[in-house]
Design a protein around this ligand. Sequence first.
Ligand SMILES: Cc1cc2nc3c(=O)[nH]c(=O)nc-3n(C[C@H](O)[C@H](O)[C@H](O)COP(=O)(O)OP(=O)(O)OC[C@H]3O[C@@H](n4cnc5c(N)ncnc54)[C@H](O)[C@@H]3O)c2cc1C
Length: 399
Amino acid sequence: MNFILAEEQLMYVETVQRFVREKILPQVLSLEAGHRFPRALIEEAWGLGFLNLCIPREVKDFEIDIISTALIVRELSYGDTGISTSAMCNDLANAVIAQNGSDEQKRAFLGPFVEAPLIASFCLTEPGAGSDNGAMTSFIRKRDDGKYVLNGDKCFITNASYASQFTVFCKVGKPGGVMMACVVIPAESILNAEIRPQATGGREIILREGGMIMTGKPEDKLGQRLSNTATVTFEDVVIDETQIIGNRRLGFKYAMDVLDYARPMVAAIGVGLARRALDVTLEYTKERKQFGERICDLPVARDTLVAMWKKVELADLALMKAAWKVQEKTEDRSLFASLAKNTAADAALFCTTQGLHLHGGYGFMAEYEISKLARDAHIIDIYEGVREVQDMIIGRELV
Ligand SMILES: Cc1cc2nc3c(=O)[nH]c(=O)nc-3n(C[C@H](O)[C@H](O)[C@H](O)COP(=O)(O)OP(=O)(O)OC[C@H]3O[C@@H](n4cnc5c(N)ncnc54)[C@H](O)[C@@H]3O)c2cc1C
C-alpha cells in the first residue's frame, strides 16, 4: 500500500486544478453573487471529461475508477462546491443505471450523456420523506396494458431546472407499501443554446408517451448558489417496463448502494471546500498584521491554523480510505463512506467557521471568499444523509 498517485490520477488532478485556477476561481464570487447556474462552465467540464465519471467502459470506451473520481470531485470542489455538486449529481442519477441497468438500458439512458453535455437529476427526497426515504408517497400504478403511471412530488432536487433525464425512486405494488422501484424518465434534450441565461421560473415538460413533469422555481439558497435546486412534480407520467431499472422491487437497495458510492463523493466535496478555506485563511493571515506581527504568527491564531490543517488532512485520509473500500466493494464500505462524509463535513464546517473568524470583520464581508465558503459548508452535513443518519449507519454496522 502507498499514497503515491498513479500517473493517470496525477494527470486528472493537474487538469482539474488548472481548470479551477483559470476558469472558476477568477470569477467565482461574481458568478455566485448573480446566483446563476454556470451552464457554460459545466459544459467545459464535460468537454474535459470531469462529468459522468460513473459511465462504464461499454458505453464510454474508458472508465474512471472510484479513487480517481474522488480526486476529481475534490479538486473541482476546491473551486466551487455548487459546481461540483451539480457535476456530481449526474453520477448520482446515472450510477443507479450503471450499477443495475441492462445493457440496453445503459446504452439508451447513459449514451446521450457521452454524446452531449446533458444534465441529470436524482429524485429521492420528498417533502414528507427526507432522512426517512421509506416514507415516500410517489407511486407507480400498473395499468391493464402493462405500462405504469407515476405520480408524486420530489423536493430539493439538484439540477431539476436543467435536467434532460430524471432518475426517480417511487413506491410500487401497494401505495403506502414498502416496495420501491427506480425508474428513468428521459425528458427533453437541453443544451446551452436552448437555455435562458437564468431559469427564473419553473418548467413544464409534456412527455410524448403521456403525462407531465413540472419543476418549481429554482430555490433561493443560503449557499452553493451555483448549483440549481428545485421541486419536481410527476403527473400521470406513463412509464414503460423498459424504464424500470433492474428488479422493480429493489429500488430501496439500489438507492442505498448508490449512496455508498456517492457519500465518499460528498466527502470529496467537503475536503475540497475545507482545503480552500484553509488556503484563503493562510493567505490572509500571512498578509495582515496586528500587534506588529502577522496574524499567522500570533500563537493562538497559529494554533487555530494548525487545528484547521489537521482537520483537512484527517478528512482527506478518511476520504481516500472510503473511496478505496467502495472501489474494492468491501463488506464494510458503508461504515467508511459514512465516516468519510461526517469527517469531511466536520472539517468543512470547522475550517470555514475558524477561517472566517481569523479574517475578523473582513470575513463577514461578501467580497472575501471565506464568507461564501462558510455559507456553502453547511449543506455538506445535510445532503445525502444528515450527520445523525451517518452515525446511525455507523452504529448499526458496529453492533
Ligand atoms: C441543496 C440541496 C440539494 C439536494 N439535492 C438532492 C437531490 O439531488 N436529490 C435528492 O433526492 N435529495 C436532495 N436533497 C435532499 C437532502 O438529501 C435532504 O435534505 C436530506 O437527506 C435531509 O432530509 P430533510 O431535509 O427532509 O431533513 P429531515 O430528515 O427532516 O431531518 C432534519 C433534522 O432532523 C434530525 N434527524 C433526522 N433523522 C434523524 C435520525 N434518524 N436521528 C436523529 N436525528 C435525525 C437531524 O438533525 C436532521 O438534520 C438536497 C438538499 C439540499 C438542501
